[in-house]
Design a protein around this ligand. Structure first.
Ligand code: SF4
Length: 391
């Protein structure tokens, strides 16, 4: 548990950086735990939701004088797993922490938990954007993923949100699933495009430590990840989405012009943000901290006034450079190495000129003055490029 002094120092650092323009709110409850998921999400804990909503209100209130959010992102877990009155209450807490309506206010939604009443609550709370976890349109694959919805419910969720007046919808797909064929992947993209989302997130399935999928993969019941196969699926998705007029503005994210996710852009551009809720991360300057994952500990910490910080640390300059490149090189706009040097004192342009020249010759990156950005081929090997520039 942090001492009052640690909490005071944290507050002073946030005050010095205030107003903070980006707010993340975590809702850690789900109807069921998907076997591939390592997010901070807990199933069958509905009895805790009311107290959690109150704890969120307490934490938000504590940061209120430091916040002027241009973007708010409510993620999970499943934010729409809450009952309509609970959803209304915690969105009211979020809005109370915003001196003006946020320009972008996103809530994640699971098609299996969206109802007309919840759509009405979202619209009434000033939510501007809903990110729908569709993942696939193949019902057999959805069952394998443990999802609580089928393809038809995903389509119905889109219709419901459009009827509710939402003009900015994002659709999540998971790629290269076990048992998925390339043709099935192409079908998923076509069906996604047919729903006309303004934004599509398309991430390859990853086997995270501690998940049921990873245990099954290690026991030989699921195929091991295969880099070449994953690239093949990524290329098919990119071709399908770019062919339909979406711009790949980040390795795994595509948008119609002007529909990029401003909140996530702030992460990739290494801006400051505050995260509230169980397990939420915050990032202010070189400092980052994380709340307790467990909803019960989070609730107790907030309601008793002690806070609920799991860890806090300041990154050293070398780590800051790594973070800035890991995030910034994921963007089509790339990263300004001059600005990275000014912020961290580590001048990559002077330290790694031979690497930059090599990657440029190999067609992996393009240089425009101090700014470097990866080409589509560079995106395929982003981790190797970042390692090369920061080693
Ligand atoms: S619905 Fe989302 S957050 Fe919840 S268990 Fe499934 S993948 Fe994880």
């Amino acid at each position: 548990m942090p001492t009052a002094t640690e909490a005071d120092r944290r507050r002073a650092r946030v005050r010095a950086a205030a107003p903070i323009a980006h707010l993340y709110v975590h809702f850690p409850f789900c109807a069921r735990k998907c076997p591939y998921c390592d997010f901070n999400s807990h199933a069958q804990r509905e009895a805790e939701i009311d107290a959690y909503v109150e704890a969120l209100g307490v934490e938000l209130d504590r940061w209120r004088d430091c916040l002027a959010p241009e973007t708010v992102f409510v993620g999970g877990g499943t934010p729409t797993h809450a009952a309509p009155h609970q959803l209304a209450r915690y969105l009211t807490h979020v809005r109370a922490a915003c001196p003006a309506p946020p320009a972008e206010f996103t809530v994640e939604a699971n098609p299996g938990s969206l109802t007309p009443a919840k759509v009405e609550v979202l619209a009434g709370a000033g939510v501007t954007r809903v990110s729908v976890g569709v993942q696939s349109f193949d019902d057999a694959l959805l069952r394998r993923l443990g999802r609580i919805h089928d393809a038809q419910e995903a389509e119905a969720a889109f219709a419901l949100l459009r009827a509710g007046g939402f003009e900015h919808l994002s659709l999540d797909l998971i790629l290269a699933l076990p048992g998925q064929t390339l043709a099935a992947q192409e079908r998923d993209v076509r069906q996604a495009v047919a729903l006309a989302p303004e934004h599509v997130s398309a991430y390859v399935l990853t086997y995270e430590e501690g998940t049921a999928f990873t245990r099954a993969m290690r026991a030989g019941r699921l195929p091991a990840p295969d880099d070449d196969r994953e690239l093949e699926y990524l290329h098919v998705v990119r071709a399908g989405l770019e062919g339909a007029g979406y711009r790949r503005y980040e390795i795994s994210n595509y948008a119609r012009a002007g529909a990029e996710c401003r909140h996530n852009l702030a992460y990739w551009r290494d801006a400051d943000w505050l995260g509230v809720g169980a397990g939420a991360h915050s990032h202010v300057g070189a400092w980052r901290w994380k709340n307790e994952d467990g909803p019960s500990r989070y609730i107790a910490g907030q309601l008793q006034g002690a806070g609920a910080i799991a860890f806090e640390e300041a990154s050293d300059p070398k780590t800051r450079v790594l973070e800035k490149l890991m995030m910034g090189l994921r963007l089509a706009e790339g990263v300004d190495l001059g600005a990275v040097g000014a912020a961290t004192g580590v001048d990559v342009l002077r330290r790694r000129p031979e690497r930059l020249a090599l990657y440029e010759r190999e067609g992996l990156l393009v240089r425009e003055g101090p700014r470097v950005r990866l080409t589509p081929r560079g995106f395929d090997v982003v981790n190797a490029v970042v390692r090369g520039l920061t080693a």
